[in-house]
Design a protein around this ligand. Structure first.
Ligand code: CTP
Length: 413
């Protein structure tokens, strides 16, 4: 349940799904929210400001240059006097404007001026949704930290059209809104309550000169999913991330690093932790002498020989600690052949409790993709999980971790 008087600013853009905004407003008000609304010009073609005003019991804002509004409230205040901005339905046009920072009407000006979280629920024709331009805009907005929900799959208002493009159902949208604005209840009943979970994630970049670096294809998605899963179970989460383009997870302390050396330093600083999960694809080597000036190719010369030296192994450093070792140290093993056998070796050599092994051969699509197939390698054996989303792997792994810790504490009592 939402805490009373959370303030939602709802931006309605034009589209047949705009009529659903009435139901959305009603349900949010039932949950104790106040809902102020901004409507675009085209939204007014589908639902009237009068109806929206009547349901919301608030004034409806439609025009950027209404002097009264500017005097009374102004778009800057409108953008800030709320806990969350919800754009529903969001058309391809509005998404494109947001991605490019346009501000040529009240809705876009508010979106550009806000410092509040923004949730976008797109609704459009499936071809418009799958168009590369729309996908590019959505990817840009996600990288900027904007949250998306949907679109859902189903029949379109246009006869005979079906696909991905429908506005998500209102109850689903309300649930998502609640999850963002309801402060996470700290509950002693949560399985990881009071536990500090440290997670490394993403690639590292090792400089060669000021413009070039060594890197790998890690997207950071699995590590971020783990951070979200741990936070949902009540843990205090520190996520130490290499350079990625993912939005910051809610309620997680995030520390950004670039190189393996910085990651090791950040991990050491973040200790003590109860659980440490090393999901990062740390570069094994770095340039022995990164140049201060850009390397030049001078005519006729051989390409420069790049001398590499080994980076410290962060997992091994922490796994083999005698003092201050986390209770559970979990590594990942990225392999392209004999996955489990290699993982078993790493389990021993790096001093960890579990290794999550996955096959990162290009044909698996795991690196950078949304899905993962993992084997949980422990001293007691190997558990192979079916293919699932990285979010599901994270939830299942966190549940297993919570169960393991509970078992240990029960045995200690
Ligand atoms: N790891 C680490 N620091 C490094 C290298 C790896 O913390 N310098 C961690 C990774 O985060 C992962 C585990 O070690 O949890 C295994 O990483 P992986 O790349 O599979 O193995 P490597 O040790 O690099 O061995 P190899 O590249 O030979 O397979």
């Amino acid at each position: 349940m939402v805490q009373s008087k959370q303030r939602i600013l709802l931006i309605i853009s034009g589209g047949i799904a705009a009529y659903k905004s009435l139901d959305l407003i009603r349900r949010l008000r039932e949950r104790g929210c106040t809902v102020r609304t901004v409507m675009t010009k085209s939204a007014e073609q589908f639902v009237t400001p009068l109806a929206v005003g009547a349901i919301s019991n608030e004034r409806v804002f439609t025009d950027l240059f209404n002097l009264d509004d500017e005097r009374e409230i102004g778009h800057i205040r409108l953008a800030r006097d709320c806990d969350l901005i919800v754009v529903a339905p969001a058309t391809a046009d509005l998404i494109a404007k947001m991605a490019n920072g346009l501000a040529n009407d009240l809705a876009t000006s508010v979106l550009l001026a806000t410092d509040k979280p923004v949730l976008v629920a797109p609704a459009m024709n499936p071809r418009m949704w799958s168009n590369k331009a729309t996908q590019r805009n959505v990817a840009q907005l996600k990288a900027d930290g904007i949250e998306f929900i949907g679109p859902a799959v189903g029949e379109m208002a246009e006869r005979g059209e079906a696909g991905t493009g429908r506005l998500v159902e209102v109850p689903e949208l309300v649930a998502k809104i609640e999850s963002i604005i309801t402060p996470q209840r700290i509950s002693a009943a949560q399985p990881l309550h009071g536990r500090h979970v440290l997670i490394t994630s993403g690639p590292t970049h090792e400089p060669i000169d000021p413009v070039r670096y060594l890197a790998n294809r890690s997207s950071g998605k699995q590590g971020y999913a783990l951070a979200i899963a741990a936070q949902k179970l009540g843990a205090d989460v520190t996520l130490i991330s290499g350079p990625v383009t993912l939005a910051d997870p809610h309620g997680v302390k995030i520390i950004r690093v670039v190189t393996a050396a910085e990651m090791l330093e950040a991990v050491t600083q973040a200790l003590p932790a109860d659980i440490a999960i090393f999901a990062a694809a740390v570069a094994d080597w770095r340039a022995a002498k990164p140049r201060a000036e850009k390397l030049k190719k001078s005519a006729g010369n051989e390409p420069p020989a790049l001398k590499l030296i080994e980076n410290a192994d962060i997992l091994k450093t922490i796994g083999q600690r005698v003092k201050g070792r986390p209770e559970l140290v979990i590594g990942f093993a990225a392999e392209t052949e004999t996955v489990v056998a290699h993982a078993q070796k790493k389990l021993k050599s790096k001093g960890c409790d579990w290794i999550i092994a996955n096959d990162v051969s290009p044909e698996t699509g795991i690196m950078g993709g949304e899905r993962n197939t993992v084997h949980i390698v422990t001293r007691d054996g190997v558990e192979s999980w079916p293919e699932m989303t990285k979010a599901d792997v994270a939830d299942r792994l966190m549940a297993r971790i919570a169960a393991q810790l509970a078992q240990k504490s029960a045995a200690a009592e």
